[in-house]
Design a protein around this ligand. Structure first.
Ligand SMILES: *Cc1c(COP(=O)(O)O)cnc(C)c1O
Length: 369
């Protein structure tokens, strides 16, 4: 990790300690309450009601804000965060651009709900975003590396082009986390992420967040959360707060291992069309090197058939057969089962925190059948 990321990672584990009074619990208390003691008139800064404020969320948001280096708001899932960011920006008559090869639920949400409110939803492949043509576009949604294809687009160039055309750029940074890529620093207006993935990291909690340095936008996002009511549960917020403390450690290990495993898979006779932005001959490598600080823990590979892919996934003792990614346990799935535009034998592999040689031995054995 960069010196700056190291510094943030160190600060993150001591963040709560900074504000403590003598006798305060060192660990974050979990505050489960809908009501606050509120005699007389409400006062600024005094919590009033559980849909609007909760100290456990606030501690989580302080940690998210530290690692994003921007104000952040927590949501009960990645999609709740994405919905809030979209609804804070769009209005009837707007045109928005969404990737065809990004997280598919974002497209479903836009097609099913934004379209009927009079928003025109245009979709394009991630690699095609470079074509520009953002005049008259209110919002451009980007996801890089795309999921599951792992194509990479030029965030600095695209965010600048969107801004010059008067639009807002929103980047879904789920696959990279701030420790692998910093879209706000590359010029994005807004970052959204599913913290269900690597930030949660143990596959036991769904959460998400929105981060932006645009105060007026964040005010809209906060109002959306309070008025629409899609608020995080305090317990989930507490779990994510705890997980974040080990995110830098887990993420670094996962990326280190993914680099080793991707290079070996690329040489494996059973594997075709391996995609990993960290490999020097990957089509995304140069752009990835320019804008990412790590190459991530996701690997795309093709086996000869759907059957071969299923045998690999289900026959490997160190792979969880599951959708989603970013857990401490390595996991994999055949994406064509969801209708993704990929080969039948395409597997998305999420590298976990197992010791790399043990993991490689298990993957290699499963590939040999
Ligand atoms: C999982 C995911 C989401 C949605 O997150 P949830 O927490 O499942 O709502 C959004 N974007 C990307 C890239 C994801 O991988």
């Amino acid at each position: 990790m960069s010196d700056r990321d190291d510094e943030l990672a160190a600060k993150l584990v001591h963040l709560r300690g900074e504000g403590l009074e003598k006798g305060d619990p060192l660990a974050l208390p979990l505050t489960l309450t809908s009501m606050y003691h509120l005699p007389g008139d409400p006062a600024p800064g005094v919590p009033g009601y559980g849909r609007a404020e909760n100290p456990t969320w606030e501690a989580l948001e302080a940690a998210l804000s530290l690692i994003e280096d921007a104000p952040a708001l927590a949501f009960p899932s990645g999609m709740a965060a994405i919905s809030a960011a979209l609804f804070a920006v769009v209005k009837a008559g707007d045109r928005i651009v969404i990737p065809t090869d990004g997280y598919y639920t974002t497209r479903l949400l836009a097609d099913r709900f934004l379209a009927k409110l009079g928003v025109t939803v245009v979709t394009r492949p991630t690699l095609d975003m470079a074509r520009g043509g953002f005049e008259g576009v209110a919002l451009v949604f980007l996801e890089t590396p795309s999921n599951p294809g792992l194509d990479v687009c030029d965030l600095a160039g695209l965010c600048e082009a969107v801004r010059a055309a008067g639009g807002v750029s929103i980047v879904d940074n789920t696959t990279m986390t701030p420790f692998g890529q910093r879209p706000l620093e590359l010029g994005a207006d807004v970052v959204v992420a599913s913290d269900t993935k690597a930030p949660g990291g143990h596959s036991d909690v769904l959460m998400g967040h929105v981060a932006s340095r645009d105060a007026a936008f964040m005010e809209e996002v906060a109002a959306w959360r309070k008025l629409a009511g899609g608020i995080p549960g305090p317990f989930e917020a507490w779990m994510l707060h705890r997980s974040l403390e080990t995110l830098p450690l887990r993420f670094e290990r996962m990326c280190d291992s993914a680099e080793v495993i991707a290079a070996r898979l690329a040489e494996h006779p059973a594997v075709r069309n391996l995609r990993y932005p960290g490999l020097a001959d990957d089509p995304a490598h140069l752009m990835a090197k320019a804008q990412m600080t790590r190459f991530g823990f996701l690997i795309g590979l093709e086996l000869e058939s759907a059957d071969a892919a299923e045998r690999f996934i289900n026959g490997c003792g160190l792979l969880a057969a599951a959708t989603s990614f970013g857990g401490v346990h390595s996991s994999a799935e055949r994406r064509a089962r969801w209708g993704d535009d990929v080969a039948e034998g395409f597997v998305r592999l999420s590298v976990g925190t197992e010791p790399v040689e043990a993991l490689w031995a298990a993957l290699d054995a499963a590939l040999r059948g």
